[in-house]
Write a protein that binds this ligand. Structure first.
Ligand SMILES: [Zn+2]
Length: 152
């Protein structure tokens, strides 16, 4: 089991604010990328995280790992195509923002298109905790942190 280094603020704020690029589909099946997916998931579990985005471990690619009931799901080039009008306010934290927690308002339901780690395309609805974690992790791909969205 190998853990990658998780970038934290304030030291790596500039890096964490960068926007990540889509992963080229041809690269998904490469041993190097398959190894990275595994390491991203292992790093998430080792840090007791509910999710982890590639830029948090210094890779500017649009890949996120999400802990769904104890299993790591890898979502590649995720794209939210629909958001519910109804929103929830829930307290969040972040492995890149140690020691800080705060309430964030997010849509209760999303529809997301993504590729899985075998390169297969999916369109799927998400609700509940997984929905929240996905939205938080996609924010990382756009250089956003939950502290930008705190409810005053
Ligand atoms: Zn985070």
């Amino acid at each position: 089991m190998s853990s990658l280094n998780i970038l934290t603020i304030p030291k790596y704020e500039k890096k964490l604010r960068e926007k990540s690029n889509d992963l080229k589909i041809d690269l998904i099946a490469t041993p190097e990328m398959q190894k990275f997916f595994k390491e991203l998931a292992e790093t998430m579990f080792a840090a007791n995280g509910l999710g982890l985005a590639a830029p948090q471990v210094a890779r500017q690619i649009r890949v996120i790992a999400v802990n769904v009931a104890g299993l790591a799901h890898i979502f590649i080039n995720p794209h939210i195509t629909k958001k519910s009008l109804f929103k929830d306010i829930v307290e969040e934290g972040c492995l890149s923002v140690p020691g800080r927690y705060g309430k964030v308002k997010r849509p209760k339901k999303i529809t997301m298109e993504y590729l899985d780690k075998t390169g297969q395309w999916h369109k799927q609805k998400f609700t509940g905790l997984t929905n929240r974690v996905i939205q938080h992790e996609i924010d990382h791909l756009d250089g956003l942190l939950f502290i930008d969205k705190l409810i005053k």
